[in-house]
Design a protein around this ligand. Structure first.
Ligand code: FE2
Length: 318
């Protein structure tokens, strides 16, 4: 895994859009220097080291640390059927697998359980919705190395597409793309089936970097064609609905990661209402799903919130 050169990075600035690229690079440098940076929002729990220390101490004292850790590798495959009147008939039954928030460098099984779960799944398209690294700063070689077997296990006839999350740097892109994950940096591609196309768009992280450019990603065509948007967090739902997105897939929240037995999260690391923290939701004409994520952040602990690998089946409804 070689660090990218300026020759690798310059084309990414054009893909992302110069303004957003400048914003992201300034925040990356500032964040690395101060750990808190001045990104979007006020408090980012993933950067509060004290929370990790307190949580780990509480788990140890309560005798729940082992159970909490074990839960982090109890991957659940969620089968989600979604119905759309705007879906072209050629895409009726189309299947998409989503991985989100892998935080791959700290997975307690080094990803073996994810690879195993993927081997039993059938799908047309694969999407990875950001947060490849555990920390939000520092060395990224371990996370990229850990991503390799997981990306090798993704085998989708229509391709594997990814976006960046708030734990990720733009510098990850060349390596991820060399591993076969085509990154969407405020970009779009067309997915074709029997002469009909739908649009797949992906935006940069809206949670911390605020480097998402929805209009640039979706473009004019996204207002007419059936449009699937990948965004790291559910924080731009209203904007996406206004622009005419049909399906919104995201993660970031980990579903709360540590929940009450009712499934209610104790901490919601997003500015969204609880309705959008996990599972399938509607916002006006927009249908979306927030993944609970595959990995964990802060510390290896999950309660009443199992890690999720999602398989969507899109259905045309009349
Ligand atoms: Fe995130």
């Amino acid at each position: 895994m070689f660090p990218p050169t300026s020759g690798d990075l310059l084309p990414l600035f054009d893909r992302l859009g110069r303004n957003m690229a400048e914003r992201r690079m300034l925040l990356q440098v500032e964040h690395s220097a101060t750990l808190y940076g001045a990104g979007c929002g006020h408090l980012h729990f993933e950067n509060v080291h004290a929370l990790r220390v307190v949580l780990e101490a509480l788990l140890k004292m309560s005798g729940l640390a082992r159970r909490a850790r074990k839960n982090c590798a109890a991957y659940q495959v969620e089968q989600v059927e979604m119905h759309f009147t705007a879906l072209p008939i050629e895409f009726d039954g189309y299947r998409i697998v989503q991985l989100s928030d892998l935080h791959a460098d700290v997975l307690i099984d080094q990803g073996a359980g994810i690879v195993k779960a993927l081997s039993g799944l059938e799908y047309d398209l694969a999407v990875v919705t950001g947060d490849y690294r555990f920390e939000t700063h520092g060395d990224y070689a371990p996370c990229l190395e850990a991503m390799e077997p997981i990306l090798q296990a993704l085998d989708a006839p229509d391709g594997c597409f990814g976006i960046l999350g708030n734990h990720d740097f733009l510098e990850f892109v060349p390596s991820l793309e060399r591993m076969g994950l085509q990154m969407l940096l405020n970009e779009r591609v067309l997915i074709e089936r029997r002469g009909t196309e739908i649009l797949l768009a992906g935006v940069d992280d809206p949670h911390f970097y605020g480097a998402h450019d929805l209009s640039r990603a979706v473009g004019q065509m996204g207002r007419d064609a059936f449009t699937l948007l990948l965004a790291h967090s559910p924080e731009i739902i209203a904007e996406a609905e206004r622009i005419g997105v049909d399906l919104y897939l995201c993660g970031h929240t980990h579903g709360g990661q540590i929940c009450l037995p009712t499934g209610l999260p104790i901490i919601a690391n997003t500015s969204c209402s609880y309705k959008y923290l996990s599972g399938t939701w509607c916002h006006g004409s927009l249908i979306g799903h927030t993944s609970r994520g595959v990995g964990f952040s802060t510390t290896a602990a999950r309660f009443f919130c199992p890690p999720e690998i999602t398989v969507y089946t899109l259905m045309r409804s009349i």
